[in-house]
Design a protein around this ligand. Structure first.
Ligand code: B12
Ligand code: SF4
Length: 506
């Protein structure tokens, strides 16, 4: 079997000129790379945003939108130097799309024989929305798949990519044309007509390769130090995922569609082998778990905490954990996490209104469980960060204010008030498309950390709402300083009082 040269790229990043822009190695890309290497292919990973981190172009002054990453010439040079047979671009965020399309164009300019594949969360969900569009002409969803209408893109792939990409690369390099057997493959076959193969079966997470961190410029990520949980105990962060899937079905989230409802946990041994070896190899100072909800399976969590205790590194859960899991033994569970080294837990509270939780986002969360959970996590010795979302379609101005009040009275140490972004593939996105709820002039392309895309009750425009949410974040994150200066210093560091930037880091 012939072996291919595969270049895996993550595109330039869109960010807010005055905001915190985060960057970390892409787990998806590293896992795919690991699998391709196992199959003997020659693989290179290149993150154009990382390599061009200091190169920022203002794309829209009013929206404070900047593009971070390498220039076209630099990207072309990388492609031409490596001379790949296959260029695989990962589109994790919908706002990566333009940069991804640009990379595809540049690749074809370098050599029109390079086969370009797009994959990742955005692509997977765009394919789902396309199927909705075909079945419902009144959906206002596009009745075509944008990516495949671009002649520079040969294939897209939906779903988990590790196994199918090796099949696709084999087809390409050995010119077998056996595309209908490649799970998740999407290929244009006519005007607005596509071959859409059924997605791959859910992968056995214990058979996945190790993320190919050896192919990544880890030192540059450490130097920038803008990992998911920005106020880390160390810049040398290892991002680890123990599980795939989530049993919940929140209407704003892509996880149930993308990863499935049953949670697949890696064995403790499998997780710890990765952690121990990579902690050693990269001199890691902190672990951040990227699981969608790390506390879902108590037995696995306990086993993990026991092993992490032996490693002795600080760790945290930058993604939200569900507030109301294992209520009867919650104190014990939080204690096990704290004893295992968890210095900060994030609780995904989302709203201070039962109506919003029940009827707008299907969160399956009783508001009465929120304050006790925060108290228990603090009692166990952890800092408590909380997630809240403002601006759901159908949420009233009063409900937005309620959420802020509820959050600020909760006793949490810090607060991330996000703006609801309608994410492709989710029920909320389909509602937004059907009811045409976008702010005038805003599209999916404007999605960034704290940018406002859809209309919000009580606000006249996106800028007004963004300003309001930014100020709310500032105000809420100053509370800890007023309430408990020692805890504030513990969270932000000894010199935090002098820092004018700490509020942005939560
Ligand atoms: C970590 C994370 C972040 C991190 C870092 C991202 C990174 N580079 O690692 C940070 C903090 C930056 C972040 C920020 C945001 N995030 Co985020 N984040 C995640 C999270 C929790 C994990 C990502 C991950 O590593 N997944 C695991 C890997 C293995 O999956 P994967 O990358 O998708 O790869 C697999 C497949 O997609 C496929 N694949 C991937 N690439 C390719 C390429 C090819 C060619 C092929 C064939 C296959 C393939 O194979 C891989 C292995 O199976 C996801 C949720 C999730 N569970 O995925 C949300 C998620 C990606 N985030 C999301 C959002 C909305 C945001 C924010 C906008 C938040 C906000 N509202 O403020 C910001 C955007 C920032 C920006 N600049 O635009 C959404 C994105 C949805 C969308 N359509 O855009 C997600 C999906 C969560 C959700 N709510 O649904 N995020
Ligand atoms: S928001 Fe969290 S709990 Fe809800 S479906 Fe997504 S991952 Fe699961």
């Amino acid at each position: 079997m012939k072996k291919a040269r595969v270049l895996l790229m993550t595109p330039n990043l869109k960010g807010m000129d005055d905001g915190v822009n985060r960057i970390q190695p892409s787990l998806g890309v590293m896992l795919i790379a690991g699998m391709l290497e196992q199959h003997g292919h020659i693989v290179k990973i290149h993150d154009t945003a990382l390599e061009g981190w200091d190169h920022r172009i203002i794309v829209d002054k009013k929206k404070k939108k900047v593009m971070i990453g390498q220039s076209d010439e630099q990207i072309k040079k990388v492609i031409s130097d490596f001379s790949p047979d296959v260029l695989a671009v990962s589109v994790l965020f919908s706002n990566f799309l333009n940069s991804a399309h640009n990379i595809a164009k540049l690749a074809k300019e370098v050599n029109s024989n390079i086969k370009v594949i797009l994959g990742g969360n955005h692509i997977s969900n765009a394919a789902i929305d396309y199927q909705f569009a075909v079945n419902d002409p009144r959906s206002n969803l596009p009745d075509y798949i944008e990516d495949l209408e671009n002649p520079c893109i040969d294939f897209a792939m939906a779903g988990e990519g590790e196994k199918p990409i090796t099949q696709l690369v084999d087809c390409i390099i050995n010119k077998t044309d056996n595309y209908s057997n490649v799970p998740g493959l999407i290929k244009k076959i006519g005007h607005k007509k596509y071959l859409i193969n059924q997605k791959s079966e859910k992968h056995d997470v214990n058979l996945l390769p190790r993320p190919a961190r050896h192919l990544v410029n880890m030192e540059s990520y450490f130097k920038i130090g803008a990992f998911q949980s920005a106020k880390a105990r160390s810049n040398r962060v290892l991002s680890v995922m123990c599980s795939r899937g989530c049993p919940e079905k929140c209407t704003f989230c892509t996880t149930p569609q993308m990863w499935g409802s049953s949670v697949r946990w890696r064995t403790t041994e499998n997780i710890m082998t990765e952690i121990k070896e990579d902690v050693e190899q990269f001199n890691i100072g902190e672990i951040q778990f990227l699981d969608d909800t790390l506390t879902v399976n108590k037995k696995n969590l306990y086993a993990l905490c026991k092993e992490l205790e032996k490693v002795g590194l600080p760790w945290c859960t930058p993604n939200g954990t569900k507030v109301n899991y294992h209520l009867r033994t919650q104190q014990e569970m939080y204690q096990a996490m704290a004893d295992g080294g968890c210095y900060q837990i994030t609780l995904a509270c989302e709203s201070g209104n039962q109506r919003v939780l029940d009827h707008l986002i299907n969160k399956r969360l009783d508001l009465n469980t929120v304050y006790p959970a925060i108290e228990r996590a603090k009692k166990a010795g952890m800092l408590v960060h909380t997630f809240w979302i403002l601006g759901y379609p159908g949420e009233t101005y009063e409900e937005i204010q309620n959420t802020i009040k509820f959050a600020m009275n909760s006793g949490a140490d810090s607060f991330g008030f996000a703006i609801l972004n309608p994410l492709p593939g989710t029920p909320i996105y389909r509602q937004v498309m059907k009811e045409k709820l976008w702010w005038n002039g805003r599209t999916m392309d404007d999605m960034m950390l704290r940018s406002s895309l859809i209309k919000v009750d009580g606000f006249n425009g996106p800028e007004e709402f963004e300003k309001f949410v930014n100020e709310t974040n500032m105000k809420a994150n100053l509370l800890l300083k007023e309430r408990d200066i020692d805890r504030f210093k513990y969270k932000y560091g000894q010199n935090s009082e002098e820092s004018h930037h700490f509020q942005r880091q939560t």
